[in-house]
Design a protein around this ligand. Structure first.
Ligand SMILES: [Zn+2]
Length: 327
């Protein structure tokens, strides 16, 4: 009887504790939401123009499945292992790392041990040439070395790469380069667009009807299987003169700009955001300050974005469109 009374008393205490937690959280929610709205309103230069984005950032979970970002990091920089990965881990995000196979022993580079740790934690390792050459300047045998050789080099370290990223975003408009990429990879990535349209229709300056590599006239299509268009986020940081509030505001604007294209559960526009070196530097081109990077990832996390790797981007050869695997 005493035991029964004690356990009842314990249950009652637990119930009271749970009720207190629920009441506290419920009371705080509007304050948290309002605080975020105020924060964003203060960050954004023209609140009226970006009002839709502010609202998009705090919508209910029913719309969150339409918000997707694919993250990649180029050039196997050490900072991406030391600073970016722990931040990605904190928010449960996976990303793609495009590795220059001939540059894993350079000062400031991720080495094979770092890269192995990345992959064993679920990060996607893909190819970014042997030496980061300017592909438009190379002979066919040099192209085979840079493009095919890097696939082989990564394979010799047990990485099966199927996706290629063009150094300096050069070469994706050159049939000789693209045909070489197509010999070795399923897909490739260049720049520089804030949104990738998965059906490749929607790039206003470059009209096309699907993502096939060549147009019926035999010209390379602007966006295609070997030219998924990503945004080098460094471009934004340089444009904003490394002003963190301006960069954060632009990031919010970019990642939410997909909303109007992704209605009714169908996803057709995805920002493919590329970073280079996440580290402690400030005001340095091609370096993203780790504190700022944390803020950007926190925004994605707190606003229900799904963060995917390039491996989760598929290509349908029937419809000649990209799609998100498992979506
Ligand atoms: Zn690069």
């Amino acid at each position: 009887m005493i035991i029964l009374l004690l356990s009842r008393r314990r249950i009652f205490q637990d119930l009271v504790a749970a009720a207190v937690v629920i009441i506290t959280v419920t009371a705080l929610l509007p304050i948290i939401a309002y605080g975020e709205l105020q924060y964003l309103a203060n960050q954004l230069p023209t609140p009226n123009q970006y009002g839709a984005y502010i609202n998009a950032g705090i919508t209910s979970s029913s719309t969150t499945n339409n918000k997707v970002v694919i993250l990649s990091f180029d050039d196997n920089r050490k900072g991406d292992f030391t600073y970016a990965k722990p931040i990605l881990d904190k928010y449960g995000f996976k990303a793609t790392f495009f590795v220059i196979c001939g540059k894993t022993t350079d000062i400031g580079a991720m080495n094979w041990q770092d890269i192995a740790a990345m992959q064993s934690d679920g990060m996607d390792i893909e190819s970014h040439t042997m030496t980061h050459a300017h592909l438009n300047t190379l002979s066919q045998s040099q192209l085979d070395f840079e493009i095919g050789g890097s696939k082989q080099c990564l394979a010799s370290h047990a990485y099966n790469t199927t996706i290629f990223a063009y150094p300096y975003n050069e070469g994706s408009n050159n049939p000789v380069v693209v045909n070489t990429v197509a010999k070795y990879y399923n897909m490739a990535r260049s720049g520089t667009e804030p949104l990738m349209f998965l059906d490749c229709v929607g790039f206003k300056k470059n009209p096309q009807t699907d993502c096939r590599t060549y147009s019926p006239a035999g010209k390379l299509n602007y966006a295609n299987k070997y030219d998924a268009r990503s945004l080098s986020f460094d471009v934004v940081e340089i444009k904003d003169s490394f002003n963190n509030a301006a960069i954060f505001s632009d990031f919010v604007k970019i990642v939410n700009s997909q909303a109007k294209y992704n209605q009714g559960g169908k996803i057709n526009a995805v920002p493919l955001v590329t970073f280079h070196n996440v580290d402690l530097a400030t005001n340095t081109p091609y370096h993203t300050n780790s504190g700022l990077f944390d803020q950007l990832m926190k925004y994605l996390h707190d606003n229900g974005f799904r963060v995917l790797t390039f491996k989760q981007l598929g290509y349908n050869t029937q419809s000649n469109t990209f799609y998100l695997k498992g979506a």
